[in-house]
Design a protein around this ligand. Sequence first.
Ligand SMILES: [Zn+2]
Length: 297
Amino acid sequence: MHLNIVMMGRLYKMNKIDYTRKNDRKDIELKENLEVPYFYFENIEATNLVVHGFSTRLGGVSREHLSSMNLSFTRGDDIENVFENYRRITRAMNIEYDSLVLSMQTHTTNIRVVTNRDRGKGLTWERDYTDIDGFITNEKGVTLVTFYADCVPLLFVDPVHCAIGSSHSGWRGTVNKIGKKTLEEMHMHYGTKPEDVIAAIGPSICKDCYEVSEDIIEEFKKSFTLEQVYNMCDRKTNDKYQLDLWKANQYVLLDAGIKENNISVTNVCTCCNPKLLFSHRASHGMRGNLAAFIGLK
Ligand SMILES: [Zn+2]
């Protein structure tokens, strides 16, 4: 089925987007009827306090394995393509281009407090920070941008103190509980209480697609209870395991005090949907980057 959309005097033709979900939950939805489709979370949207979204591969100008909405400057793309992709996705999400602040992720648990002085860093201006895997802010006028291609995006909204957070939780970030660290930083700077927080665990690699070796499971045993580790992985032969980073991050957020009903968990896997989303595993590393966006209205 084809859908023709007239937008700003030009005709765009878009295929209806096919993708698979791991269950029937409706926590996450794809805004399809746009030049640039993107995912959003119902519970985050319902706070009415933020603009947010999670990009797909669709709607950009990049080519080949970066096709087409690559949002990384460090994966070999033409810089002008990446700028155009940012112009398109911010227009689609109704976000001010100049408000973006880009992370500099290195699988740490370092969180940066973002203010209006950071507007444009990583996009228009050089960053004056490195090794930042999470952002928090309570200011309007900035949009927190973090990057993904299988790792787990975590989004936080504190409706009581009007504060937000966004953090990148790969397996290292999950073992080191960057989700908990983000909440602690929000508490320290804004007075956030976890029981007030609305959170989302975004599109990333599912348990069926994520095989890991025993040494990684050993790391998880050091920071989670044995029961939790038992529930988040399946043992296979040859000391290989299937690891559920969605469940692991759910444990991190629950243990930190967020209410179960306030946590949305993605059912969209990056690796199961390599035509829609960039996946490091599915592409053997030949891929661009997706991004999560969140900013206070
Ligand atoms: Zn999968």
